[in-house]
Ligand binder design. Structure first.
Ligand SMILES: Nc1ncnc2c1ncn2[C@@H]1O[C@H](COP(=O)(O)OP(=O)(O)OP(=O)(O)O)[C@@H](O)[C@H]1O
Ligand SMILES: [Mg+2]
Length: 325
């Protein structure tokens, strides 16, 4: 247990398995059950007197929102909301569930008001560069599959970009630009310092850019949640970035008979393996990159671990740790 005046801060990035596990249909009951399981794990870290900021992915949920909107458009001519608004919806959806689950777990343990002042979700906008090269070549598939003629119609009407999906049909693609930083970072920081558990930057944040007018504008893109989490952890000068997912460790030669689990990686080793292509883009790749960036920016340690091993990972007894050279 820590005794210094300023508690250590950890930023926890929850993977998709925190809300929807294998075999789930995606019912509200399943979401609540999973939210309570995650809340249990997080409260265990709070009990160790860490200041906690939680972020989460939103890929499946934005996909579901896109499906709902596509049905609404088709059947009732309800205009769809743009992707940045869908991102905000997903932050509210998952933020609410986790916020209530955390509140109730803390209340049960009589930790509310004593150890923790409260739990709050911050709808978070994350700045991206309008000239990010990612906008020239959108690669992230989102939402439902369409027939070619439907895709062409939507492309004309809404300006969406479609690509043939390797699994058949056509799907909308959007860019995944590199996050620069969270617009609400000062609010997040103040809340943590005041003893609140903060849920923020869900789905990597709602991508926005600052126009020539100096004002914010939403952009139809997605941000990788691990890279977003790094921006937040570095800006908060957090001590640890804890990336929780559905594998126990990062591996070399993943998925081959020579797979080798990694316990500790110095930044330079992590970068070397990253460049050699050991970590897949879009899944383990951004986690390693987020860990490397966090440590390069002054963080003590980034850990990638299975959700169920959150506590042991924080203590250095599970997962893959990325540490300074
Ligand atoms: N070198 C590697 N070592 C370990 N896992 C790897 C590696 N390369 C790719 N992976 C894959 O990365 C996956 C974890 O990343 P993924 O993006 O799927 O999960 P997440 O970010 O936790 O959740 P989500 O993206 O659904 O929100 C693992 O399930 C594994 O299949
Ligand atoms: Mg992921």
């Amino acid at each position: 247990m820590k005794t210094d005046a300023r508690p250590d801060t950890i930023v926890i990035a929850l993977g998709g398995n925190a809300f929807q596990t294998k075999g789930d249909k995606g019912t509200a009951e399943e979401y609540w059950r999973n939210a309570y399981t995650a809340a249990d794990l997080i409260v265990r870290l709070v009990e160790e007197k860490y200041g906690v900021v939680v972020t989460h992915g939103n890929g499946p949920q934005v996909g579901i929102i896109a499906e709902w909107m596509s049905l609404g458009l088709k059947n009732k001519n309800i205009p769809p909301m743009p992707l940045d608004v869908a991102g905000a919806m997903s932050q509210g959806w998952l933020g609410y569930m986790l916020q209530q689950a955390l509140y109730n777990k803390l209340a049960e343990k009589k930790l509310l008001g004593s150890l923790v002042k409260g739990v709050v979700t911050v709808i978070t906008q994350t700045l991206v560069d309008r000239n990010d090269p990612a906008f020239k070549d959108p690669t992230k598939y989102i939402g439902p599959w369409y027939e070619k003629d439907e895709a062409e119609k939507l492309s004309k009407e809404l300006g969406w970009v479609f690509k043939p999906d390797p699994r058949g049909g056509y799907r909308r693609v959007v860019a995944s630009p590199d996050p620069i930083g969270q617009v609400e970072i000062d609010a997040i920081k103040t809340l943590v310092e005041q003893g609140f558990i903060v849920i923020a930057d869900g789905g990597g944040g709602i991508p926005v850019y600052r126009g020539d007018d100096g004002l914010l504008h939403g952009v139809e893109a997605v941000i990788d949640k691990d890279l977003g989490a790094e921006r937040m952890a570095s800006a908060l000068e957090a001590d640890v970035l804890l990336i929780l997912t559905d594998v126990e460790k990062a591996y070399l030669n993943y998925g081959t008979p020579n797979a080798k689990p990694l316990d500790v990686l110095r930044v330079s080793e992590a970068l070397k393996y990253y460049r050699e292509g050991h970590f897949k883009p879009g899944s383990m790749g951004p986690k390693i990159l987020a860990g490397v960036r966090f440590v390069q920016n002054g963080g003590k340690m980034a850990v990638i671990a299975h959700l169920k091993q959150a506590y042991d990972a924080l203590k250095g007894n599970a997962g893959t740790r990325i540490i300074p050279d």
